[in-house]
Design a protein around this ligand. Structure first.
Ligand code: SF4
Ligand code: SF4
Length: 99
């Protein structure tokens, strides 16, 4: 299975960790920030739903229309994208998930 951490333009899975730089972000938001937002590019059909629905504007789109995590530190782990992806192509990996 080919996966990608969508923060990485090379679309190779990589967990983006650490939110120490979010010094101006409330602690309750920091606590909810995920370790990674991962897209399975084999499942993603580039429908754009996740990009449109994310309330924090975390995603940009790549040249093929697939989501790219451009602002992971803004993600609040609401899982709206994960729940609404029609192809189950997004996984929110939370700290402590062991993923
Ligand atoms: S909602 Fe799912 S299938 Fe659609 S672009 Fe996002 S990850 Fe891909
Ligand atoms: S979990 Fe919520 S805030 Fe994070 S990328 Fe998905 S929709 Fe956006």
């Amino acid at each position: 299975m080919q996966t990608a951490a969508i923060a990485d333009p090379s679309l190779v899975r990589a967990a983006a960790v650490g939110h120490d730089t979010m010094s101006d972000t409330p602690a309750r938001v920091k606590d909810r920030a995920p370790a990674a937002v991962v897209v399975d590019v084999d499942l993603c059909k580039a429908c754009g739903i996740c990009v449109e629905l994310c309330p924090k504007d975390v995603f940009d789109s790549d040249a093929l229309g697939r989501p790219v995590v451009a602002r992971l530190s803004d993600c609040t782990s609401c899982a709206f994208c994960e729940r609404h992806c029609p192809d189950f192509a997004i996984e929110i990996v939370r700290a402590g998930d062991g993923s």
